[in-house]
Design a protein around this ligand. Sequence first.
Ligand SMILES: C[S@@+](CC[C@H](N)C(=O)[O-])C[C@H]1O[C@@H](n2cnc3c(N)ncnc32)[C@H](O)[C@@H]1O
Length: 256
Amino acid sequence: MKHLLVIGIGAGNPDYVTVQAIEAMNRADVFFVMDKGVAKEKLIALRKHIVERFVTDRDYRIVQATSPERRRDESDADYRTAVDELNRDKQQIYERLISDELQDGEVGAFLVWGDPSLYDSTIRILDAIRAQGNHTFAFDVIPGISSVQALAARHRIPLNRIGKSIEITNARGIADGFPAGVDTVVVMLDAKHTYKRLAHEALEIFWGAYVGTPDEILISGPLRDVMDEIERVRDEARRTHGWIMDTYLLRRRDTE
Ligand SMILES: C[S@@+](CC[C@H](N)C(=O)[O-])C[C@H]1O[C@@H](n2cnc3c(N)ncnc32)[C@H](O)[C@@H]1O
């Protein structure tokens, strides 16, 4: 039987790698390293650094594959279709890796940015492959420190307020306003400064880019007061690095 490990490596700082993740990495015969886009080189280098630093007990192979990218020209209505198409393309690549690059009895590892349960398709894709029945393998998931946890820690804030709910969403989740019935919203994958649409609401923002890395930038304050600064700093950082990874937390100011 082939065995796969889906290992969360934390969102940026190699020190986020857990003891459980290190032990899992030391069981792997093959590391599948996937990435895409302009940040590819840097993110692949970080994964290789993590493997070199933490795998001490055994020989291993690294197999690199280019991950397909989602169509970006789709309308909101097409978003789900574009994600489904992307996952289908990814599934084909994963199937090839599992059949061609992993022998029976071996352990293969996918190193997932942050935590595998959050805005990551690896688990869904492995489930889909198993459901089709053409490949037999077992898999385990090792949790990692997500960018959401890293953001909260770096701003030294709790995610939720006492007795209040939080929502984790992408830019689409706040495009039409702050979600009803929620006290705190964490927004990921926002390429368009969507927080600016909420300027009329009494909100506080805790924003972070490249959190946990040497390039980390943090800005916080009343949304209305700091949103233009965030926009300027974000655009500048994106120009300088060629890519950006940022997350923010928005919280109602009038409820506590
Ligand atoms: C495809 S999702 C993957 C999330 C990941 N599984 C996690 O647990 O954080 C990518 C998004 O996560 C956020 N993100 C990941 N790493 C980050 C970091 N170091 N700093 C800020 N945001 C980050 C950004 O919103 C980015 O667009």
